[in-house]
Design a protein around this ligand. Structure first.
Ligand code: CU
Length: 711
């Protein structure tokens, strides 16, 4: 294990993908580093970074340009430079996973828990088109533990036991990774269990915010000569988990994940084939973890109980060939991703009640790309590529029954009539839609004689509408986790978004320091954003629901508008002496509409992280200050609330107790500061300590500990 960590450090140092042990990957790495370029990724290695959270998405807070829209403890949605959700492509060990939840309760990083995570990498700025099909907002790559090949024919058993606990919610995690490996085979397995009670903040508890999750993995890798093959299965069982920022809580998320990869390397190039699939089933309710809906006389109202069954299926493949050429590489590829979703809302107290929320919606993408990386001369590197995606989407007709008692008159009849009119409108619309989208990018780097490499990049990136944006037919909050409290309807005829971006940067580095600033400007036409609905039937329906105290009137409809994003982020480190390093990250992003005078919703406030890392004999320690500015640039359209700035202090220390045993302890929000997290949305569950629809509080002081035993 010690050996592998050294390898990781090396990989990080030269900013290439991690954990390359095979001949092919070694070769690939050598080829990659011959091309002049800037440091375009930022990686967090979990072994070296102490975090209390079970949710990998929260690691994004430690990375330049990145942040997390938090809707629950296991429900973190990646944000990068002001864009989030489906605009950020997330890869979990090469697989793209579209979760079952129409509100992204199981956002992609749900499927890479921290306990099995080896590293998390973000691409800084413009993402090469080969990284993923739709990278309009960014690219995040999670890699989990896979084990290492041995050096001889003899099999060796090794692994890692990982245990953690934290005070803020009495949470704990226990996990084990085991592998049996020689120079040709790796057999591996992983088990994990984690659970927690409700979270504390300085003046109360967040209810519900408990969670309970299990995970099991089995995998196998084979390497011989120029061939390498791997296959992995994982089972995720998320049980009760509170998501107080959303209208319901998680009852279960049961997922089967599959992925496989084959690589073949020659002296001329590297061929890669990848296959992945997942099958996700999810239940959520508005009554089993939070207080059920009440009539004014504080008794449960059985007619307003809701539960939601949602499933998704994904299949993905990629075929790539990287050809080594003079001074660089050519990369050719085709890939596909096929997703299907279904969601039905019912009432456990009234069997005939149902809303067919999403009915067998499909979103299929086939893509092809070519990329070229080349050193034009000893100082200048060029990277460029083009991708074409063909997107096809469809839904089968929808229906609902909102009059379960078969009443002859009254509210249920009127609501049911409106729902009937909405479903007829939807079913008569053009539900089958296809888009052909073209992405392209170019990045040029110039190394001066000194320590500086200058960088300029430009890109066009596209994204077709999500299934929610096209096929949400009745005003509901099923919006991929926007959590603005608004109900929305979709529009099957939406056009794809197209972003045009330029980025400028500089890497200034030597043995004492590294400073990596980037400025960017991105203009998005046909940006998809909720605007006030002009659909009279939908508006009447929402008004009627609001009159019954079950939601907000005035729904939004997903529409094509114009938007822009611009800002600056800086990643940096300075060696103060051979033991102490100063690390600083600064993030500034502005995001607004170009067609009207409004800012965009849920954009990270300006923030700065400053940390001192100490690396001494036998132990390491860090003290970190995280400061967020006020966020006064809010989306009026989304009724967004402002937040005040705040500053938190975090400390952590790590020491090796015995050979292979490492103990870490830390405290987040050491000073128990009260604050509001601008990206954590609003309270939607009954809570004596937090008003309904008030901003979610930030967490109180959290002591935590982690023990890792590598054997
Ligand atoms: Cu859900």
């Amino acid at each position: 294990m010690r050996h592998s960590r050294k390898l990781l450090a090396l990989a990080l140092a030269i900013a290439t993908p991690l954990a390359g042990q095979t001949f092919a990957q070694e070769r690939q790495r050598i080829e990659e580093i011959t091309v002049v370029g800037v440091r375009d990724t930022h990686t967090v290695i979990v072994d070296d970074t102490l975090v209390a959270t079970p949710d990998t998405a929260q690691l994004l807070r430690k990375m330049p340009g990145a942040n997390v829209n938090k809707n629950g403890e296991l429900t973190g949605i990646a944000q990068y430079r002001g864009m989030f959700g489906d605009r950020i492509q997330v890869s979990v060990d090469g697989a793209q996973i579209n979760g079952a939840g129409p509100n992204a309760m199981d956002a992609p990083l749900h499927y890479a828990p921290v306990a099995i995570l080896e590293s998390l990498t973000i691409n800084r700025g413009i993402v090469p088109v080969s990284k993923g099909q739709e990278t309009i907002g960014g690219y995040v790559e999670a890699n989990t533990y896979a084990g290492d090949f041995g050096t001889t024919k003899g099999f060796e058993f090794s692994g890692r036991a990982y245990a953690g606990a934290q005070s803020v919610n009495s949470g704990d995690v226990l996990s084990g990774f085991f592998s049996m490996a020689n120079d040709t085979h790796i057999f591996r397995g992983f088990v994990m269990q984690e659970r927690a009670d409700d979270l504390e903040f300085p003046t109360g508890d967040i209810t519900p915010s408990e969670y309970d999750r299990e995970r099991f993995d089995l995998g196998y890798s084979f390497a011989k000569g120029r061939h390498e093959f791997s296959i992995d299965f994982a089972r995720n069982n998320t049980k009760d988990a509170g998501t107080a920022s959303l209208p319901m809580d998680i009852l279960s998320i049961d997922s089967d994940l599959f992925r496989s990869r084959y690589t073949f390397s020659t002296s001329e190039g590297l061929f890669t084939a990848e296959l992945s699939a997942s099958d996700n089933e999810h239940w959520m309710t508005n009554y089993h973890l939070r207080r059920p809906p009440q009539t004014p006389a504080s008794t449960d109202d059985p007619m307003r109980f809701r539960r939601n069954w949602a499933v998704s299926e994904n299949y993905g493949f990629a075929l790539k060939y990287e050809q080594f050429a003079d001074n660089g590489t050519w990369l050719y590829g085709i890939d596909g991703h096929f997703a299907e979703h279904r969601s039905i809302i019912t009432n456990p107290n009234s069997a005939p009640f149902y809303i067919s929320n999403f009915n067998d919606v499909n979103r299929d993408i086939i893509g092809a790309f070519i990329e070229r990386k080349i050193s034009l001369n000893a100082q200048t590197g060029l990277e460029t590529g083009i991708r074409v995606n063909h997107v096809s989407m469809d839904s089968v007709p929808v229906s609902a029954n909102l009059n379960p008692m078969n009443m002859m008159m009254g509210m249920p009849v009127m609501m049911n009539n409106l729902a009937g009119a909405l479903s007829t409108q939807f079913n008569n619309d053009t539900l089958a839609q296809t888009d052909t989208n073209v992405d392209a990018f170019v990045r040029l780097s110039y190394q001066t004689d000194g320590d500086a490499t200058w960088y300029i990049g430009a890109a066009r990136k596209t994204r077709s509408p999500s299934y929610q944006e096209r096929y949400l037919w009745i005003p509901l909050e099923a919006t991929g986790g926007l959590a603005d409290g608004k109900t929305y309807i979709g529009n099957p005829n939406l056009k794809p978004e197209a972003a045009h971006e330029i980025e400028l940067g500089l890497d200034l580095e030597n043995s004492d320091y590294g400073i990596y600033p980037r400025v960017f400007y991105k203009r998005v036409s046909d940006y998809i954003q909720g605007t006030p609905s002009t659909n009279v039937t939908a508006n009447n329906f929402a008004q009627m629901i609001a009159n019954m105290g079950m939601g907000m009137p005035n729904p939004l409809q997903f529409s094509n508008v114009d938007a822009r994003f611009y800002g600056l982020d800086i990643d940096s480190n300075f060696s103060i002496n051979d033991k102490i390093t100063l690390r600083a990250i600064l993030n500034i992003v502005r995001a607004d509409r170009r067609d009207i005078n409004d800012d965009l919703y849920r954009v990270s406030p300006d923030n700065v992280l400053v940390a001192l890392d100490y690396r001494g004999n036998g132990w390491t320690g860090s003290i970190e200050s995280v400061t967020y500015a006020d966020q006064n640039r809010i989306a009026i359209t989304n009724s967004e609330l402002k937040t005040e700035g705040y500053s938190l202090v975090n400390v952590m220390a790590r020491s090796s107790l015995a050979d292979g045993v490492e103990v870490s302890i830390g405290a987040e929000n050491l000073l128990d500061e009260s604050y509001l997290d601008h990206l954590a949305a609003y309270n939607r569950a009954y809570n004596p300590d937090i008003a309904s629809r008030a901003r979610m509080p930030g967490l109180g002081r959290n002591f935590y500990a982690r023990v890792m035993w590598n054997f």
